[in-house]
Design a protein around this ligand. Structure first.
Ligand code: ADP
Length: 552
């Protein structure tokens, strides 16, 4: 009779449930799980910090629609990975965290790294459990996977004591549940769909806001057909970029402020009216704006602003219903609608302004010139990870995406430090695409050691560090009195590029547009990762906003 152990049960179950990638750090008691993962054909990536590993797992969830998994040791390892659970929960991305634990029979005795892990995970998970026996691990894995992708996606946690991992069974005594299918795609009620279309038809100044829920649900075709049929101006959220091509003539992204402020009907597609959307409230939005809200989570409908119509269900299904309704009774915003002209004028004005900064060849460079180089040289389909306050914000304006799910950033939780883990996830999931990891120097610091991981696995990520020597606003010099240094300042002109050379990658220190251009070109062609450390003007800033509250 063939024997099977707990570690194999876990990894075989993950594989059967459609989990393909496991990021982690081994140690007591999870060595055996990582080894079993490799035997079972699950790609295992050994990372350097549990936070980065947990961010990577969630990014896989977003990019593929099946959760990525993260494997951590008991106690401190699990505590570090709670960062990833929180980030996944706030972004509504599926992931599974697997935490080792000391022997179940030592519980409560003060065992090595003992911690209330199931409870710790609870706040940021949809499902947090320790199997009731080692033999039932496959049942718990299926539940964890299914819960993470069903309804509003999120995180799951499985707690595995050492004695469960090492337990052995007769293979014939173990039951493996069938692969849980991709989640159902419920439609909205037909009456609500017609009401939504009536509201839309009555709009003078309609606006579609496309969020990362639309990207996650892979609604790009339906969204495009709806937007084009009604000729609706649209605005993507940061990670909603590319569901509709940024280069599409109906994009009013460059006139974001005006579009939000003046729209009378907003069709909200998988985007929350949270801080990113200024809560849907004045002064950013009109006080009497009518919202048509599409979301998988019923409790999201009407948050902060009562919805005129709430359409609860799967975004791709519902946008398809809206499109069909519109085809049956065609309507479109007239070509000569004053709203179109008003937006077009603002789009042009802002484009010109930004163009000026992108074309500024001064040395040291500002953000816009650096980002222009990335935009111009990156081949179509490049995945961009962007983090760091200004680097991330400005990149949203300058970098254009014509396909969905090509942008990863600090997201709904505003998590700095996600960058390297997410870039590694993107490179593993999409080996056919270029991955550029754009980092402020501060953001890079949170998980810079993952450069070693990228080199070890030969993931040809181009890390671009936009270096202003500081968190947020830049610093020129450090004072004589070392403890009087600005709390936001870092080492001036730090040689970040040198660290990658110790791991077999190539580092570039650049100051001028020409140097950046050459370095970026070489880095894109390099089969190994590179760091391009760009020393920018520490006083460089984003485009000034019309009202102070726009940047609050
Ligand atoms: P953004 O940050 O891009 O504005 P949010 O993360 O705030 O986007 O909102 C995404 C929304 O998408 C969440 O409220 C989530 O419930 C929703 N969502 C996720 N998956 C689906 C889906 N398949 N169908 C509809 N809505 C979804």
């Amino acid at each position: 009779m063939a024997q099977i152990d707990g570690a194999t049960l876990i990894t075989r179950s993950l594989r059967q449930q459609g989990v393909e990638h496991l990021f982690g750090i081994v140690g007591f008691p999870v060595f055996a799980i990582a080894e079993a993962a490799q035997r079972e054909g699950l790609t295992y990536l050994g990372m350097r910090n549990e936070q980065a590993a947990s961010y990577a797992a969630a990014a896989v969830g977003y990019l593929t629609g099946r959760p990525g998994a993260c494997l951590v040791v008991s106690g401190p390892g699990m505590v570090h990975a709670i960062a990833g659970l929180a980030n996944a929960a706030e972004n509504c991305w599926p992931m599974i965290l697997i935490g080792g634990a000391s022997n179940s029979y030592q519980e409560g005795r003060g065992a090595f790294q003992e911690a209330p892990q199931v409870e710790l995970a609870r706040t940021y998970t949809k499902y947090s459990a320790r199997p009731d026996s080692a033999a039932r691990i496959p049942f718990y894995v299926e539940q964890a996977v299914r819960t993470s992708i069903a309804g509003r996606p999120g995180a799951s946690y499985l707690d595995l004591p050492d004695d469960f991992i090492g337990a052995t069974f007769e293979e014939s005594d173990v039951t493996f549940p069938a692969r849980c299918p991709d989640p159902p795609r419920p439609q909205a009620g037909p009456a609500d769909v017609s009401r939504a279309l009536d509201v839309l038809r009555g709009a003078q100044r309609p606006l579609v806001i496309i969020g990362k829920g639309a990207a996650y649900s892979r609604a790009e075709q339906e969204v495009r057909e709806l937007v084009e049929a009604a000729q609706l101006p649209f605005l993507p959220s940061p990670m909603g970029k590319g569901v509709m091509p940024d280069s599409h003539p109906l994009s009013v992204a460059p006139a974001r402020g005006l579009a939000l402020q003046e729209a009378d009907v907003v069709l909200l597609l998988g985007a929350r009216l949270n801080w990113i959307m200024h809560f849907g409230l004045p002064p950013r939005f009109a006080a009497d704006v009518k919202t048509i809200q599409v979301d998988i989570a019923a409790e999201e409908i009407g948050r902060n602003v009562p919805a005129e119509v709430g359409l609860v269900g799967d975004l791709r299904s519902i946008v398809g219903q809206l499109r069909d309704g519109l085809r049956a009774e065609p309507w479109r915003l007239p070509d000569d609608a004053p709203w179109r002209a008003q937006l077009a004028e603002k789009v042009e004005e802002n484009r010109q302004f930004v163009r000026g900064m992108m074309d500024d060849e001064s040395v040291p460079m500002g953000y816009y010139r650096v980002l222009r180089e990335i935009q111009e040289q990156s081949p179509p389909g490049t995945i961009i990870q962007a983090e760091g306050a200004q680097t991330m914000d400005i990149s949203r304006t300058v970098l254009l995406h014509d396909e969905p799910r090509l942008r990863l950033d600090a997201g709904s939780f505003g998590t700095m430090g996600v960058g390297l883990g997410q870039a590694i996830a993107a490179a593993v999931v999409h080996p056919d695409r270029k991955v550029v990891c754009l980092e402020g120097d501060s953001a890079f610091g949170f998980s810079g050691m993952e450069v070693e991981t990228a080199c070890r696995y030969r993931l040809p990520i181009v890390f671009v560090i936009v270096n202003n020597n500081a968190i947020g606003g830049g610093v020129d010099a450090l004072p004589e009195d070392r403890f009087a240094a600005s709390p936001s300042g870092y080492t001036i002109d730090a040689g970040y590029e040198k660290m990658i050379e110790g791991f077999g990658g190539t580092g570039y220190l650049v100051r001028t547009p020409g140097e950046l251009s050459t370095a970026f070109k070489r880095a894109l062609e390099d089969p190994m990762p590179s760091i391009i450390n760009v020393l920018i003007d520490p006083h460089a800033r984003a485009k000034p906003q019309k009202h102070a509250w726009l940047t609050r």
